[in-house]
Structures are given as C-alpha cells and as structure tokens.
Design a protein around this ligand. Structure first.
Ligand code: AMP
Ligand code: MN
Ligand code: MN
Ligand code: MN
Length: 283
C-alpha cells in the first residue's frame, strides 16, 4: 500500500512523527509521504523513523496557493528540503497564516466566541517551523465548549462563506508549481475534486506540474475517473493518498483508506529520476 498524503503535528495533524510512522506501519503501508501545510519541519524525524522501520519514505509538502480567492493546494515531492529559497518562501507563508489566524480570532470574538488566540498562536511561534491554521482555531473552540467537533467549528464559523472566514491572499498555483519545480519537486495538484473550478489547471503543466492527485479520500469513483482522464489528456502522472489528519478530526480520512496504485507510484519516481529530483527514495 502507498499513501502520499499525510499530516503531522508540524501542521494540522494530531500525530507526532513517531505516531504517524507507527500508524503507517500498522496499516500495512509500504511507501509513504508526509505532506504538512507550508512546512518541512517533520520530514527529518519521519525519514529517520521510516528508515529504522524499513519503510520507503518520500519527503513531501502541501503548499497553499490562491486562485480567484479560493485556496488551491499544491503537493510537492522529492525536492531539496534545505533550499534557502524554499525555506524563506515557507517562512513567509507561515507568517501570513499567523496574521490570518489573528484576524479570524478577532472575528470570532465579535461573534461572541471567545477563545484564547494567544495560546493558539503560542503553539506556532512567529519564527518557528510549525504552521498554524483554521483547524487550531476550531480545536480551541472545541476546548472552550463552543462547538462539539472541529468539523462543527468549520461548518458554523470558519468555512468559506461562514461568518469568521477571512479570505486568503497568497501566490498563484502557477507560481507555487514553478517555485517547487525549481527546487527539484515533483508537483501534484491536491484533491482537484474539492476545487470549485479547474480552469487554471492546463496552464500549470507549462510550469512543471508533474501529476494530479487522482486518488483522494474525498474523491468518489466518478472523480477518480474524471481526473484520471484529465491527467491522461494533460500528459501528467497520478498521485494519491488519504489526507489523514488524525482520528478525531472529522471527515472519513482513515489512514490507508485511499491508496495510490503502485504502477503510478513507480511512474512518478521514474519521472523524478528523469528530472533529477534530489531527494527520491533510495533504490
Ligand atoms: P487553513 O490552512 O487555515 O485554511 O485551514 C485549512 C485546513 O482546514 C485544511 O487543510 C483541512 O485540514 C481543514 N479543513 C478544511 N475544511 C474543513 C472542514 N469542513 N472540517 C474540518 N476540517 C477542515
Ligand atoms: Mn489540513
Ligand atoms: Mn489540502
Ligand atoms: Mn492535506
């Protein structure tokens, strides 16, 4: 089994590197990636633990970009994790996240939902490597008894078009695909089935897009068929994964529930070798 989309405590997942590797092992997954939002902080620890457990590990990331006011997530794999250009870009992305969380915290207070935003922010210090986001606000709302679950926090307050939502500003998907490609990444458009439109996708191919995330826990069979066909038409590969964030954080994204067929994984790695990606699993 192969799962190329997992989160840890470096972003909005609930598992530490130790816990995620233990879970991967228990699920019978043989090759995997960790793809935290706008941070590579967990990758060294996960890589070391994976090696000890004889699991194949591909370093990854899920970078946030913005198209027409909507969030567009871009996955990157096998890139130079020490690239100064990448690390500076990610630091700026995380600083924007902090400002957005502060603004949403103020909105929540105006709505009568008082949570300790400073305590939330203290878990992701300004110059630190952890990334903060709406899930942390939702979790604080759960702890404060304002909502029962993270999902309820989104549904009532934090999701797009809900009262505490603050639109994001940030780089375009094309610029993110370009930057990630420049630092040696194989890029994949994350969960295209969750996008409101995919008009911008063909233009990403010219910037280096390597794949679409055809297999994802939020994709039904029709979406897999549709994006598999689109990948073929665009001449790009396929990636896939569960997008596991932890057990108790809503959405049926069970680790191992979505897998990438091995043929597509092998093709992705072959493309990475062809491009000279600097951090592919040893063979
Ligand atoms: P942010 O990066 O701050 O915009 O938060 C987006 C993250 O929130 C996503 O990566 C998901 O993990 C999570 N998320 C988005 N929508 C929901 C939802 N309806 N319920 C629970 N979690 C969600
Ligand atoms: Mn997330
Ligand atoms: Mn995502
Ligand atoms: Mn994700």
């Amino acid at each position: 089994m192969i799962d190329l989309h997992l989160h840890t405590t470096a972003s909005d997942g609930t598992c530490t590197p130790e816990q995620i590797v233990a879970r991967v092992r228990a699920a019978g997954i043989r090759a995997f990636s960790v793809t935290d939002h706008d941070t590579v902080a967990a990758l060294p620890a996960v890589r070391a633990l994976a090696a000890r457990a004889s699991l194949e590990f591909l370093g990854g990331i899920e970078v946030t970009s913005v198209a027409d006011g909507d969030d567009v997530h871009v996955l990157g794999y096998g890139f130079d994790e020490a690239s100064p250009r990448l690390l500076e870009f990610l630091r700026a992305q995380r600083a924007d996240r902090v400002e957005r969380v502060k603004t949403m915290g103020r909105r929540l207070a105006e709505l009568g939902v008082s949570i300790d935003v400073d305590a939330v922010l203290a878990t992701a210090p300004a110059e630190g490597a952890r990334s903060i986001g709406r899930p942390a606000l939702a979790d604080a709302m759960v702890r404060g008894g304002h909502v029962a679950t993270r999902a309820e926090g989104f549904d009532r307050f934090l999701a797009r078009d809900r009262p505490a939502y603050v639109p994001r500003t940030g780089p375009s998907p094309a610029d993110v695909v370009g930057l990630l490609s420049d630092v040696g990444a194989l890029t994949s458009l994350a969960h295209p089935g969750l996008l409101r439109h995919d008009r911008f996708v063909p233009a990403l191919v010219g910037r280096g897009l390597a794949a679409l995330e055809v297999y994802h826990s939020d994709h039904d069979a029709a979406a897999v068929g549709r994006f598999g066909a689109l990948a073929r038409r665009l001449g790009v590969g396929r990636t896939g994964g569960s997008d596991f964030h932890g057990e108790d954080v809503s959405r049926p994204r069970v680790l191992g529930c979505t897998r990438l067929p091995r043929t597509h994984y092998e093709r992705l790695l072959a493309e990475g070798r062809r491009r000279g990606c600097p951090a592919l699993p040893a063979r």
